[in-house]
Design a protein around this ligand. Structure first.
Ligand code: LLP
Length: 426
């Protein structure tokens, strides 16, 4: 599923030893494989090809402009949720007509920027927002296109922080209300409301919630068309699972197998907004062991990466496979599984230096013996890793490195101390 593999007891990203990158760029550092990123995009594109969809990469999952550029060159559209992400998408060379803009709290400034850019669609999250976009578009005498985000009230069975498709969420409007929104705004000449948008959660590791949500959306589209509205677009959102070494996520082809037949021949432009399923497997986080410490029966491995670099374990109890970069030939993991227990391994918690007991990267894992100075890799860290970084404890943000074949380059320099106080200068 990715281009990270052990060769003679050492981790490589494509054809570059991970250790070499850590020497050159320092730690903590996110390392991305261009080949993996593109492969995952291509897989989704191939799986859904008969629908000729627009695949809008969800920038929020991993926003480095160099990755955006790789995907834009591949023909990807972009899913953005802020003026900042729109800025990145445009700087990364994305085609504005293939940009969708979602988010419950778009400011006037952001709406103006999106109009200036000529984006493809606004995804509308409430009546109040729609009324505001109509007012701004009318003022400026422009016509924009929009899709109404509907809440299909399905349970995506994912973490409560990342579940969005139930009725009581802050996102979108519920499906019964949607009809009323169209009655009120659906014939507006300034904001052409010709689409529906769904996004039920993230990650959604089963196909059934998509099928249920899409069926509900199609029924609504049928009603709306019968009432004389033109509906030509359905954006089915993102949330497709990534392989977190748990065998839980279906492959793109499996989602497509059930989704494509529903959407074929419906006279709809189909939009997808995958983020994690493209970027997660494309990145690892490299960290160096600072200390090994015994506390009662527990052994702690303290590393130089923290929740400020990868917050997913702390925030969602997310489990990322983690293993030494140079485990030696005896400890090459046969398969990257969380419950891997090889001879000679011992149970440890891997924690960061931040002053929070929630600051951990892995708990109760069996790792080969490690010592100060060793490097560890946290896998499947490409999505919602660096993008969720903070400066808590005045920790400068990590570096980001992109590998292409046997070459690598720093695509975001490590922050330094002056960067920390730069915006505070008076
Ligand atoms: N479209 C919309 C409207 C979204 O809200 C999201 C994610 C996506 C697409 C992309 O979802 P993806 O394909 O990447 O799963 N920080 C959490 C995930 C939050 C997702 C927010 N919305 C995590 O680390 O798991």
């Amino acid at each position: 599923m990715d281009s990270f593999e052990y060769r003679q007891g050492e981790l490589f990203c494509e054809d570059v030893p991970a250790g070499q990158i850590a020497e050159a760029a320092g730690t903590p550092t996110f390392v991305y494989s261009a080949a993996t990123l593109i492969e995952h995009y291509d897989r989704i594109a191939a799986a859904f090809a008969v629908l000729r969809p627009i695949i809008c990469y969800s920038i929020k999952s991993c926003q480095n402009i160099h990755l955006i550029r790789l995907l834009a060159e591949r023909g990807a559209g972009m899913d953005v949720v802020s003026g900042g992400e729109l800025f990145r998408a445009l700087k990364g060379g994305a085609d504005p007509a293939r940009i969708v803009y979602a988010g419950v709290g778009k400011t006037d400034r952001e709406i103006h920027e999106a109009i200036d850019a000529g984006i493809g669609w606004f995804n509308i999250e409430s009546e109040a927002e729609l009324a505001n976009i109509i007012a701004l578009a009318t003022d400026r005498n422009v016509v924009v296109r929009a899709a109404l985000r509907v809440n299909p009230d399905v349970d995506p069975k994912t973490h409560r922080h990342t579940s969005t498709g139930k009725k009581e969420t802050k996102f979108g409007v519920d499906i019964e209300r949607a009809r009323r929104v169209f009655d009120e705004f659906g014939r507006n000449p300034r904001v052409r409301l010709t689409g529906l948008h769904l996004h039920i959660g993230s990650p959604v590791n089963t196909v059934a919630p998509y099928v249920e949500a899409i069926r509900k959306a199609l029924a609504l589209i049928g009603d709306l068309r019968a009432a004389g509205f033109t509906i030509d677009t359905l954006d089915i959102g993102g949330g497709f699972g990534a392989d977190y070494e748990t065998d839980q996520a279906p492959f793109a082809a499996e989602y497509a197998q059930h989704i494509v037949p529903l959407l074929k021949d419906q006279g709809l432009h189909v939009i997808l907004e995958p983020g994690r399923s493209i970027s997660a497997n494309a990145g690892v986080l490299l960290a160096r062991v600072l200390y090994v410490k015994q506390a009662g029966d527990k052994q702690f491995v303290i590393v130089d990466a923290a929740m400020t670099d990868l917050i997913r374990p702390a925030l969602y109890d997310a489990s990322h496979f983690l293993w030494p970069v140079r485990p030696g030939t005896d400890h090459v993991p046969a398969r990257r599984r969380h419950d891997l227990r090889m001879p000679g391994c011992r149970m440890v918690d891997v924690v960061g230096p931040v002053c929070e007991s929630g600051d951990f990267l892995a708990r109760e894992r069996y790792l080969p013996p490690v010592q100060r100075g060793d490097l560890l890799a946290v896998f499947t860290a490409g999505a919602y890793g660096f993008v969720m970084a903070s400066h808590y404890n005045s920790r400068p943000n990590a570096a980001e490195v992109l590998v292409e074949g046997n070459a690598y380059r720093i695509i975001r320099r490590r922050e330094n101390y002056p960067d920390l106080i730069e915006p505070e200068k008076s």
